[in-house]
Design a protein around this ligand. Structure first.
Ligand SMILES: Cc1cc2nc3c(=O)[nH]c(=O)nc-3n(C[C@H](O)[C@H](O)[C@H](O)COP(=O)(O)OP(=O)(O)OC[C@H]3O[C@@H](n4cnc5c(N)ncnc54)[C@H](O)[C@@H]3O)c2cc1C
Length: 379
């Protein structure tokens, strides 16, 4: 079993008291993660355990009951450690927490005072949120008629459909702009999980959700049209899913180490592979840590740094999956083995939109500008 208290030595001070209760339930989350993966079902016990220690409120706007951090860097440092620790326990749960935190950020940036007050009440009631943007054509549209607002269309890849209380969805308004709308996420007749038959990330229940005919109130419209895509927040925000993926990579490294036989440990060829695995995990960590800081600063070029970090973490994750299998052997593929679950989850979770395109955009930007500037422009 992974010992989280010994594997996060660099946890920031800001995160120390946040991580303590999480470490206390870590083994429980690992166990329930395996159970819900096998079911597969929305991991209600795991979510309940996080709710009980208040994880769902930590990164809410302070007006909604969230914690005060010294600054955005301190907040992201704490969030990085939290997301990677949850990801180490269970990547499906990490995806759910990451979506929830994304929703909290959208409330913090674009919510009105009234919406933040309502969020506070909902968080007190223990509600978890999601953010659903991915959609099949023609996409979700927001119409206005004599009775007020009405949605048409539906979402796919809707993590937590039916399990979460609320989701923020993107909808195209009359002018073709993207408007954020808060909707109930647990209306049973609108959820379809029948096609969520996947190798990994099973417990996220990322099925489809029908929004057709839903009538949001005016107070359910979050922010102004176009806010969702505002940069650098939109692109740089990807650092949060990288933090969860990093947790999966680190968990795979720790499990591989634990599973290495004496014979393998005594063999220089196997040790070389283990060395590569350590380097891959640490490289991912260093990029994600800097991505989190740059996203916090909303610094120029933060988007490109995060775009490139996506490619680095993807490469590290793929390497780790391969190295774990080659070091541990067939055992890595058996049902019930943690290495199998993490590898399956990670292999799917790494599939995010336009991965090569992201890296190419970063490379193009860095060809355009002098990387070093007067000294240390990029690094
Ligand atoms: C477990 C899980 C949970 C998720 N939960 C959510 C959620 O809650 N909310 C949400 O909104 N989304 C969610 N998503 C969706 C996610 O954000 C991505 O949209 C999705 O994973 C991308 O799927 P895809 O690999 O088919 O990508 P696509 O973007 O369809 O790409 C598939 C492949 O096509 C090629 N390609 C794509 N675009 C281009 C291009 N422009 N030029 C050239 N080649 C291209 C690339 O080779 C790419 O690898 C989830 C995804 C997963 C796996």
């Amino acid at each position: 079993m992974l010992h989280p208290e010994r594997t996060t030595p660099q946890a920031s001070e800001a995160a120390a008291d946040i991580l303590l209760p999480l470490r206390a339930i870590f083994d429980r989350l690992v166990e329930s993660g395996a159970r819900y993966d096998a079911a597969p079902l929305f991991p209600i016990d795991s979510v309940e355990a996080l709710r009980a220690i208040g994880v769902h409120r930590l990164f809410a706007p302070p007006e909604s009951g969230g914690r005060h951090f010294a600054d955005a860097r301190a907040e992201n440092a704490a969030l990085l450690d939290l997301l990677r620790l949850v990801g180490r326990a269970d990547l499906s749960l990490g995806r759910i927490v990451e979506g929830h935190v994304n929703a909290l950020k959208l409330f913090a940036w674009y919510g009105s005072a009234g919406q933040k007050a309502e969020l506070a009440a909902r968080l007190r009631a223990g509600e978890f949120f999601g953010v659903w943007a991915t959609e099949p054509p023609p996409g979700v549209a927001l119409h206005r008629d004599g009775d007020g607002w009405r949605l048409s269309g539906g979402k796919i890849f809707a993590t937590g459909a039916g399990g979460l209380a609320r989701a923020i969805v993107t909808a195209r308004d009359q002018d073709g702009e993207t408007q954020l709308v808060v909707v109930p996420a647990d209306l049973a007749g609108r959820v379809d999980l029948s096609r969520w038959r996947v190798r990994g990330m099973r417990a996220t229940g990322s099925g489809s959700y029908d929004l057709d005919g839903l009538r949001p109130a005016a107070t359910d419209l979050l922010g102004a049209p176009g806010d969702y895509g505002r940069e650098p927040r939109f692109t740089a925000g990807a650092w949060r899913f990288l933090a969860v993926q990093l947790g999966g990579i680190e968990a795979l490294l720790a499990e591989t180490r634990a599973a290495m036989s004496e014979a393998a440990r005594g063999d220089p060829l196997q040790r070389a592979k283990f060395g590569e695995a350590v380097a891959a995990a640490r490289t991912a960590y260093l990029w994600v840590r800097e991505a989190a800081q740059r996203a916090a600063d909303e610094a120029p070029g933060a988007e490109d740094f995060v775009r490139m970090a996506r490619g680095v973490v993807e490469r590290a994750g793929l390497d780790m999956i391969e190295l774990a299998a080659r070091i541990v052997g067939t055992r890595s593929a058996f049902d019930g083995e943690r290495i199998d679950k993490i590898s399956r989850d990670l292999s799917l979770y790494l599939r995010q939109a336009g991965p090569d395109h992201a890296r190419d955009r970063a490379a193009a930007a860095w060809l355009e500008t002098d990387l070093w500037g007067n000294g240390d422009g990029l690094w």
